[in-house]
Design a binder for this molecule. Sequence first.
Ligand code: SF4
Length: 525
Amino acid sequence: MARPLYFVGPWDLNRDLACVPPDPQAGSVVLVESEAKGRALPWHKQKLVLVLSAMRHFAHELEEAGYHVSIVRAKTYAEGLQKAVKKQRASEIIALMPREYGLSRSFAQAVEQNTWGVPLTLHDDGGDGGHYLLTREAFAEWAQRTQKKSDPRWRMDTFYRWMRQRTGWLMDDKGKPEGGKYSFDAENRKPAKNESPPSAPSFEPDAITRKAMAQVKKWPSPTWGELEPFRWPVTRAEALQALDAFFAQRAEKFGDYQDAMLGGEPFMWHTLISSSLNLSLLHPQEVCERVLEAQANGTMPLAAAEGLLRQIMGWREFMRGIYWQRVPQMRITNTLKAHHPLPKFYWEPAETDMNCVRTSVQQVHDTDYGHHIQRLMVLGNFALIAGVDPHALSHWFWAGFVDAYEWVELPNVMGMATFADTSFTTKPYAAAAAYIDRMSDYCKSCPYNPKERVGSDACPFNALFWAFMHRHRTRLEKNIRLKMLLRTWDKWDKKQRDAILRRARQLVKNLPVDDTGWTYEDDAA
Ligand code: SF4
């Protein structure tokens, strides 16, 4: 008898999702390794290993539980499904809504052209049986309801308050936020200069992971970064261990040092669960519930618990919702008309002597990871103030980070980091050296002086920051805080301002340009 075929996408690796049959008799399961996706970007080697290994572990786990499972290698996901439908004489395909625009478009085309010859049922990728807290419809309703004609920008703080009220998480019985305010962001910004972070969990590669590593060594298209040591959780059991390790060792200080950076300490007090969350090895609901439990039993201070909840139920859900509101336009929007090619040192860190940039890129190269302040205030900030093409930066983030998929990296890069898309941001996150000097120990081992703006040893961030402010003043002075900063600029004499602008021009002119020749296929599926 013909049975449904359940398509488990590479990010759908959890038995509680609606793309897995409710029992082994209800249908068979297919996972597809798409060649087009594999060569779409110069992926980080560890990310390739992670996705391949996690998919294969999940297939194995389902097989052990009695499911009929196949892994099909094909030119595209759609072709893989076509092969599987034919082989298993399936009656229909059941899947979750694809999480990336390229796959979504490819599925729509396949349905239109009747490629599979059987119907496709798509379940929402959020809410019950989905992988986000919200359904797409719920977010779209919120987005429509809160968009004002006078100011169409969506606001994360409004969304986050709505999510807190909707879930009741960290809310008292009068419907007010615990601790009297929704955000404790200001308390979560301490530098960590005299602190030593605990060691981070690491998971030894097993036979399945080692096989994926051997395959990635011979990958047929360009890849980036170090393959070893590979440390990431590839199963739900390992992801749960990583979550336990966070609550046991790092949750207490997570809030305090959320924004801090230290040379030689890539993981700090961060959760290190984003790669597992984005593969569905963990569900955001269970992580949020663990946070609430830790806060209630006193092992996680309120500010830390609120900060982590805000990342997961706030930013993560907001980014995914905004992505579907703005893609594909978000890929090409470029509000600040920034067109400089990606500097070579984003791929080859030895090409720069700026210690903050070199350390952060080297860390991503070696570990496939960088935490949010390195991403936003070092790597994103430099590209923003130097006028780097945001789409080129977006490809770098997408290819390079262990947890990056287009739905999460695109809005973060285009909106938060580069201000290319202003649909949900009110100001660019531009900063000079003082911020990096305050929040890290990078400047003390850097050949540049964070206090100087001009001269050969002056920190490049300073001249670039002021040139950026000057270049975009008409737009930026609409923001009251940036307007005050521009007043400082105006007070300096013309000679000083001209010298800063000259230094900035020289710095941009001398930036080594990406010469890899690598190509990128946004829609490859
Ligand atoms: Fe970065 Fe400037 Fe500090 Fe060097 S001095 S680490 S370039 S901020």
